[in-house]
Each structure stands twice: as structure tokens, then as C-alpha cells.
Design a protein around this ligand. Structure first.
Ligand SMILES: [Zn+2]
Length: 108
């Protein structure tokens, strides 16, 4: 005969470990990537430079699919600060200049 009523333990009695929320990169941008202004700016940059700038300099021909902030300042959306890059080149540049993997490189 049981001494007490069984308790409901949805996770097998284990306490879920706290996982801090991922950094919200959208909130740090001056323009959200789904905003109409950014989508139009992105379309304009890709129309002006449809090929990846880095690949073109290295003799490859690859379509640009990302718009990159040259100085890595997302609040500087001047056309002279934007360039079209392919995904691998944009990822490499971001990892090299911003620390990559969600890390934040401290700028002087
Ligand atoms: Zn490229």
C-alpha cells in the first residue's frame, strides 16, 4: 500500500538547467532586417553590385546574396558603407572582424 499519492514530474524529476537567452542581434541594429527600409536598401545594393566584391577581387564570379556593412557599424546605412557579398565571404568577414559565433569584439 503506497504511503502517499504519486507526484506529477514532467521531466522525470530533473530540474531544467537555466539556459540564458541568445543575444538579440535584431534589437542592436539600427534597421531590423525585416523592415521595409532595409529590404529596399538591400535590394538596391544587390542590384548595383550583383556579384560578391571579395570573390570578384580574387577572380571568382559568385552572386552576392548578403549586404555587408563595410565598417561593421550596423547604424551606418550609407550606400558607400554597404557592399554585396556571398554568404561564405560575409560569414568569414563577420567571424574575422566581429569575433564570430555571437562573440563581441571590443573596439577601441
Ligand atoms: Zn564571395
Amino acid at each position: 500500500m503506497p504511503t502517499r499519492a504519486p507526484r506529477h514530474r514532467p521531466h522525470g524529476g530533473q530540474v531544467k538547467q537555466y539556459v540564458p537567452p541568445a543575444r538579440n542581434r535584431q534589437s542592436e541594429r539600427a534597421l531590423a532586417t525585416n523592415s521595409t527600409y532595409w529590404l529596399r536598401l538591400r535590394a538596391l545594393v544587390l542590384a548595383q553590385s550583383p556579384l560578391c566584391v571579395v570573390c570578384l577581387a580574387e577572380g571568382r564570379t559568385r552572386a552576392a546574396s548578403h549586404v555587408d556593412h563595410i565598417d561593421a557599424d550596423t547604424s551606418n546605412n550609407d550606400l558607400s558603407n554597404l557592399q554585396g557579398l556571398c554568404r561564405p565571404c560575409h560569414s568569414a568577414k563577420t567571424a574575422r572582424e566581429d569575433g564570430g559565433f555571437g562573440n563581441r569584439r571590443v573596439r577601441a
